[in-house]
Design a protein around this ligand. Structure first.
Ligand SMILES: [Zn+2]
Ligand SMILES: [Zn+2]
Length: 494
């Protein structure tokens, strides 16, 4: 019988190597191949390469033959300035960038010059010939596709998430094991999101991107929770969330690089990001410095507005309609002709706040209709307006809107051409509770309420006036409280 130590060693040798980086969906930019022989036993081989100027991320996928003859090849990376990591035989792929790297590797600026992929050969038999192949991709920052190496889940459905959460990488706090208030570790924040049954979460710390490295490490553990890269760009003239990239974007409005909001939005767009204005109706003052939205704004460059913020929801005991909610601000922008998706965020600064309380992770929630649970799919659906806001964070309720007019049709977030005099038949498709009501909001008209139909959609009609406008829904409970906020169908927008 082999000893336990030898069994352990065999397990180690046979352990499958893990793919731990998102491999770009295109041919590699460089392929390094070669042959190892018995002469390479217990030696290191260096494979030099030079990333093109402007490279902000290096991704490597590695494979070799001869495993059946116990050939073993370890992997590591050195940059022009020195050591960048060693994954031995435990990872088949890895990525390295300024903000984040696959565990085993060191994040940091990518120096220009000659890099070396280093192959260590702990074992190759004297007569073995093993082929190796290293595929390398060199990307700029805007190519960042998220922390997950594949969609976390597939299938067209409503995905529920929180797009505004703080960790100890800014001012998010929670209790330590002995009860002290500490800067809250990312693990606890993601755990709170998982326990709130969320499908996705964006950790949006103020101005920093230092959370990227921890999120990269944690995403494979939270394999039922998509982690979306985010940050809260926190200026003296207002706060905006930037979703998608991990590259630095300058928040110092008035500075040399970023004289105004337009310059900042230019950087955000270059990095491939989506921008949402946060808690726009908050006043600015010593109670909340720079919180209100005062920046001169080209709204065509903004994708979304946070209409419900968990901080204000908590201030008003869970009542969504309050003097500080962002709904009126958002609708005023719609009336000006700006197409903006209403979203929400808990703005949680305390991962210990009990689930379901206003301002706890997941309340309010943003619910997104997307074909898969990936960063690209969720953010594309936010841009497209396939979104409703769930004030109560109650997973039992959903809200959608469909319309037919003439030969055309549309759904929430989409466009409908509605000439003057043509009647559009709308169908509110909602899952609610007994006594819930559908509130119909048509631009330029008084809102009205209909009882939520128990079987099939709740129907209503709008006759076109030929002008640009919008139609959207709220869902209210039996006591009239605002529970869900729907995005518009846009009339005659194009
Ligand atoms: Zn804020
Ligand atoms: Zn915040």
């Amino acid at each position: 019988m082999p000893s336990r130590a030898i069994l352990g060693l065999i397990a180690l040798l046979l352990w499958p190597v893990l793919a731990l980086a998102q491999i770009p969906d295109r041919a590699p930019d460089l392929v390094l191949t070669g042959v190892l022989t018995g002469a390479d036993h217990e030696t290191y081989r260096e494979l030099p390469f030079e990333p093109p100027p402007g490279t902000q991320r290096i991704t490597v996928a590695f494979d070799y033959s001869g495993r059946d003859a116990r050939t073993t090849v370890d992997l590591g990376l050195f940059g022009p300035a020195g050591f960048r990591g060693w994954s031995g035989g435990n990872k088949a792929s890895f990525t390295v960038a300024a903000t984040d790297a696959t565990p085993s590797y060191l994040p940091g600026p990518l120096e220009t010059g000659v890099w070396r992929l280093v192959l260590g050969v702990p074992n190759i038999r004297p007569t073995t010939r093993a082929r190796y192949e290293a595929r390398l991709w060199f990307d700029r920052a805007e190519a960042f596709a998220g922390f997950a190496d594949a969609p976390v889940a597939d299938g067209e459905r409503w995905w529920r998430g929180d797009l505004h959460v703080h960790s100890g990488h800014s001012d998010g706090a929670c209790k330590s094991r002995s009860g002290a208030r500490i800067a809250c570790p990312l693990f606890r924040v993601l755990q709170a999101a998982a326990e709130a049954d969320l499908d996705f979460v964006a950790v949006t710390d103020h101005n920093t991107v230092s959370q990227a490295q921890g999120l990269r490490e944690l995403q494979p553990y939270f394999d039922d929770l998509l982690v979306i890269a985010g940050r809260e760009i926190t200026t003296f003239q207002g706060h905006a969330n930037l979703f998608g990239p991990v590259a630095f974007v300058d928040f110092r409005l008035g500075g040399e690089q970023t004289p105004d909001l337009d310059a900042m939005l230019g950087q955000a767009e270059a990095a491939g990001g989506l921008v949402s204005v946060n808690h726009p109706a908050l006043p600015s003052g010593e109670a909340c410095m720079g919180c209100g939205w005062r920046a001169e704004t080209d709204w065509s460059r903004i994708a979304a507005v946070e209409v419900i913020n968990g901080g204000t929801l908590a201030l008003f005991q869970g009542q969504a309609e309050n003097p500080l909610d962002g709904v009126a601000f958002w609708q005023a922008r719609l009336d000006e002709g700006h197409r903006l998706t209403a979203i929400a965020g808990s703005d949680s600064h305390d991962a210990d706040r009990p689930r379901g309380e206003p301002g706890a992770v997941g309340r309010p929630a943003t619910v997104v209709r997307a074909p898969a649970l990936s960063q690209q799919d969720i953010l594309a659906a936010v841009r497209a307006g396939r979104v409703f806001v769930d004030v109560a964070g109650d997973s039992g309720r959903t809200l959608d809107l469909a319309v037919r007019a003439g030969g055309g049709g549309a759904r929430m977030g989409e466009d409908l051409a509605l000439p003057a005099g043509l009647r559009a038949e709308f169908a509110a498709e909602a899952t609610g509770r007994p006594g819930d009501q559908i509130e119909v909001l048509v631009s330029g008209a008084e809102p009205y309420r209909l009882p939520l139909s128990a079987d099939g959609p709740t129907r209503f009609a709008v006759t076109g006036d030929g002008r640009r406008g919008w139609v959207r829904l709220n869902l209210r409970d039996s006591e009239g409280r605002l529970i869900l906020i729907g995005n518009p169908v846009y009339l005659n927008w194009r």
